[in-house]
Design a protein around this ligand. Structure first.
Ligand code: 13P
Ligand code: SF4
Length: 326
């Protein structure tokens, strides 16, 4: 296969001085492609992206650009969302193996059965889901707008929230709702060890603990601030402290360090420190070489059935309307 051959040649070419970042730039211009990257990507990927953001910002950007091709450096559910919002554009990913343990924790057949038990409930689904789960939902949310989306419904509205149990419980505690919650979780955020974070805090008493709501409750309880990746970044740049313990995927530290070069950011330790699992192995599959190959051969492409796009588009657009009022 041509791409495989190219990978071998590419290593030789890079060793002989090929500037892969420049080559990506040339291909992007030639093909009118835009490179979108999530905050959890490797720093070198974030640095060559046209736009870096959290899930909500990336969805908004995917639905509003003039490119012919969207190259999505993130995970598959994000690229699927881009395809649903821009069905006429070609959406490429660097590696189709970029799944998500949270999105994998819910399957359409099981969710259909689950919904039958709660016929009066509306369904609010986190964006970290496959397109077929989105198609079974009334409205989508991200960690940035989850509270706003929930509060958009009357207090007595019965709600199913899926699939992240930690985010769901956090929203219940913040809004006083009693949403029925699907028992899913992200393997990265569930791995943070509250005991080790407390130890780290003892060694760094001047550090603030800031965490993502996908973390488990004990971690959230000891946190000084809880928010989406974009909210954590903003907090770290505006807050007056000099040191932070970061309980979310470590890729975000790249942007934190860029916007606050004099501050110290310490990644929160996972339960098993040998596993490196405060890094999302799916996010970290993206490399510059894979981006180059994807752009050059316009593969792998995200392809979704038209019918599924139509069904999944509604709840995502509803989220964007509630979030941005359009
Ligand atoms: P946000 O980008 O909404 O903060 O979500 C984090 C995440 O887990 C993405 O996979
Ligand atoms: Fe999925 Fe967790 Fe990775 Fe985000 S960090 S993409 S929720 S596995």
């Amino acid at each position: 296969m041509k791409e495989i051959e190219e990978k071998g040649y590419l290593d030789i070419a890079i060793d002989s001085g090929l500037d892969i970042k420049k080559e990506i730039e040339i291909l992007k211009k030639q093909k009118n492609a835009i490179l979108l990257a999530h905050y959890y990507q490797n720093g070198e990927v974030q640095d060559i992206a046209d736009f870096v953001g959290d899930s909500l910002q990336l969805s908004q950007r995917a639905s509003d650009n003039n490119a012919n091709i969207i190259l999505f450096a993130g995970v598959n559910f994000m690229a699927e969302t881009a395809k649903i919002l821009s069905p006429l554009k070609k959406v490429l990913v660097p590696d189709l193996k970029s799944g998500c343990s949270l999105a994998d924790s819910i399957k359409a057949d099981d969710f259909t059965e689950f919904k039958k038990k709660y016929p009066k409930h509306i369904v609010i689904t986190y964006i970290n889901t496959t397109a077929d789960i989105k198609a079974l939902s009334d409205v989508i949310c991200t960690s940035s707008n989850a509270i706003k989306i929930v509060e958009n419904f009357p207090k007595d509205q019965k709600i199913i929230f899926a699939p992240d149990r930690n985010l769901g419980n956090y929203i219940n505690s913040k809004t006083g709702r009693d949403m029925v919650i699907w028992e899913g979780a992200c393997h990265v955020h569930e791995q943070f060890s509250v005991e080790k974070i407390i130890e780290l805090k003892k060694e760094n008493p001047d550090a603030k603990i800031i965490s993502h709501p996908e973390c488990q409750k004990p971690v959230l309880i000891i946190s000084d601030f809880i928010g989406s990746t974009a909210a954590l970044l903003e907090y770290s740049s505006k807050d007056s402290s000099k040191k932070y313990i970061i309980a979310t995927e470590s890729g975000i530290i790249h942007q934190m360090q860029k916007s606050s070069p004099s501050k110290i950011f310490i990644p929160a330790p996972p339960l098993d420190s040998t596993c490196g699992c405060n890094d999302c192995n799916f996010m970290k599959l993206t490399t510059l070489k894979k981006i180059y190959i994807a752009l050059k051969y316009e593969q792998p492409e995200i392809v979704l059935p038209e019918e599924l796009i139509k069904k999944a588009e509604k709840p995502i657009k509803r989220m964007l309307e509630i979030s941005y009022g359009k």
